[in-house]
Design a protein around this ligand. Sequence first.
Ligand SMILES: CC(C)(COP(=O)(O)OP(=O)(O)OC[C@H]1O[C@@H](n2cnc3c(N)ncnc32)[C@H](O)[C@@H]1OP(=O)(O)O)[C@@H](O)C(=O)NCCC(=O)NCCS
Length: 170
Amino acid sequence: MAEPRTLTPDDAPLSGAAVVRAEQVGDAGTIERIVLEAFGPGRFAKTAERLREGAAVDVGFVACLDGHVVGSVRLWQIRVGGTPCLFLGPIAVQRSERSEGLGAALVQACIDHARTSGAAGILLVGDAPYFGRFGFDRVGGVRMPGPVDPARLLWLPIAVETVAGSVTIG
Ligand SMILES: CC(C)(COP(=O)(O)OP(=O)(O)OC[C@H]1O[C@@H](n2cnc3c(N)ncnc32)[C@H](O)[C@@H]1OP(=O)(O)O)[C@@H](O)C(=O)NCCC(=O)NCCS
């Protein structure tokens, strides 16, 4: 499990006492509220959510401001074509606290964790204009267990340059 990390000026221009730390059991209710506010109940119809339903959480991180959880992200254990890797999502920051660098700090915590644990890489379904800044790029030849816009299927290589094949839990 990753250690709590106080953000530094190098991470993002943050105000207040902002901290990213590993998710704890007691955070679940707040995380659910933040994700529901961000995505609405429709998220349960998404292919990414279907995949997560059967997968195990590798690690979760929360962003806290003045001790209150205001953002969250999770990494899930999956396989692509048999290669173990991580699936990122959902990531959400409370509307009132966006554009302060908390989203970037959450993504960076995931990347740091994936590097430390020697993961092959991180897969996600999301907006390339947001995730491109962290090194995520479109990946072809990866088949999700349901319909996904191919332009939103993104891969960040860590130990393995690229992956291909069916996405399964694992
Ligand atoms: C995506 C999200 C987590 C980013 O959190 P955040 O704390 O605002 O992120 P940061 O402060 O690091 O970055 C904010 C910047 O990213 C931009 N951005 C946010 N979402 C974006 C998107 N989907 N595509 C492109 N740019 C995006 C913002 O406009 C902002 O730009 P600015 O700095 O020029 O104002 C937050 O906007 C959110 O919860 N969105 C709703 C849930 C969601 O869509 N999650 C998945 C994204 S694919």
